[in-house]
Each structure stands twice: as structure tokens, then as C-alpha cells.
Design a binder for this molecule. Structure first.
Ligand code: VGL
Ligand code: ZN
Length: 204
């Protein structure tokens, strides 16, 4: 049997798009790429997975929770932490998928970042790798060995999802055209793509 494939769309939510709480430059430029790829995957009967950054009010990664400045770094649960503006609050408009994303193509929704004590960039594990999402178990159960990954943001959730997927043994292709980064430092996205490639991802 040939490798079963899935498309993983990372955090294509309003808060990461222009006008959102943690807006990524051109974040909305990823939506057309996602729609095109999702249609191709569905046509072949392959699943399309959408992840959600899904924080409770007062999440520990929010600068506002502990009186920090957004964009600065500190420590959360013993791990280095960037302080973010409040974003992707569960059930808020900012946490919804971008309205132009074709939602009928989505097979599985994966939520992360619900534990207020720890941030969770990867679609597979929290940043301390203490708790897993449903994603790995679901992919194994479906016999999927190969992932195409794109979304927001290149230098955080895409990067850590890709590195975890590789470490779990999946073949990973990253569609760079479908990714945009936060770029707290101007080269962060380019460096993230390099790190994913060095770890074994194919960058398209
Ligand atoms: C993300 C920062 C904080 C992301 C999520 O989706 O890349 N970045 N939370
Ligand atoms: Zn977040």
C-alpha cells in the first residue's frame, strides 16, 4: 500500500491574520493556498486537518496575565516563553478560522493551548511535551505516514508541528507558499524553514 497522506493546516485563524490580535503580515495570503491544496487532497480521498490555537481567558502565555510586555521573553512552567498579546480565546471571533477558508473540506479539528500553565505551539504536544493532542493517535489509526503542512505561523506553530511530526516518524513536506511568520527578528521565518529542512522536512 502506498503511503497515506494528510494535509495539516496550522492555525488559519482570524487572530493571526491582518486585523487580528496577533496579526502575521500577509497571514491571509495563506488561505487561497490552503483551499487549493485541500481540494486536491479531498479529491484523492485524503484527510484535511485544521488545528486551532485555543486558549482560555488569562492564559499564561498572555503578556496581560502577568503584567509583561508583548514580544518580550520570560519563563512559563520552567520553559522559555515569548509573551503574546491576548489571542485565540476559546469561542471568540478571533479564534475562528478565516472566513475565506473552505471549511467543508476539513476532516478533523485539533485544539491545542487549552492548559493555562503551558504554551503549545505544536499540533502534537505542549511545549513541555507533557501532554499530547489527539493528532498522533488519529493519524496512526488512519494509517497515515506522510504529512503536508502549511499555515501560521512559520516561526512558531508550523515549525514546532513539523519538528514534532518528523520526530514521530512522519514524512513531512512544508508548503512555504502557504506559510507566513511572526518574525520578531526579521530572519526568524527563514531560519525556521532551514531548521525544518535540516531536521528532514522537504520544503516546497
Ligand atoms: C502561535 C504564537 C502564539 C502560532 C500561537 O500559531 O504560531 N504563535 N500562539
Ligand atoms: Zn497561542
Amino acid at each position: 500500500m502506498s503511503a497515506r497522506q494528510a494535509l495539516v493546516l496550522i492555525d488559519l485563524q482570524n487572530d493571526f491574520c491582518p486585523g487580528g490580535a496577533l496579526a502575521v503580515a500577509e497571514g491571509d495570503a495563506t488561505i487561497a493556498v490552503a483551499n487549493r491544496l485541500a481540494a486536491e487532497f479531498r479529491q484523492r480521498g485524503e484527510p484535511v486537518i485544521a488545528t486551532f490555537d485555543w486558549h482560555p481567558l488569562g492564559h499564561g502565555s498572555f503578556a496581560s496575565t502577568c503584567g509583561n510586555k508583548p514580544g518580550r521573553c520570560g519563563e512559563l512552567d520552567g520553559l522559555p516563553q515569548v509573551w503574546w498579546p491576548d489571542h485565540c480565546i476559546q469561542h471568540s471571533a478571533g479564534a475562528e478560522l478565516h472566513p475565506a477558508l473552505e471549511q467543508s473540506a476539513i476532516t478533523l479539528r485539533v485544539y491545542k493551548g487549552e492548559n493555562p500553565q503551558v504554551d503549545s505551539y505544536s499540533a502534537f504536544f505542549d511545549n513541555g511535551r507533557r501532554q499530547a493532542t489527539i493528532l498522533e493517535g488519529w493519524l496512526k489509526q488512519e494509517g497515515i505516514t506522510s504529512l503536508t503542512i502549511m499555515g501560521l505561523a512559520t516561526d512558531y506553530c508550523v515549525k514546532y508541528s513539523v519538528l514534532d511530526a518528523l520526530s514521530l516518524g512522519f514524512d513531512v513536506t512544508v508548503v512555504a507558499e502557504g506559510c507566513r511568520g511572526v518574525n520578531l527578528q526579521p530572519d526568524d521565518s527563514a531560519e525556521a524553514l532551514k531548521a525544518m529542512q535540516n531536521a528532514g522536512a522537504l520544503i516546497l
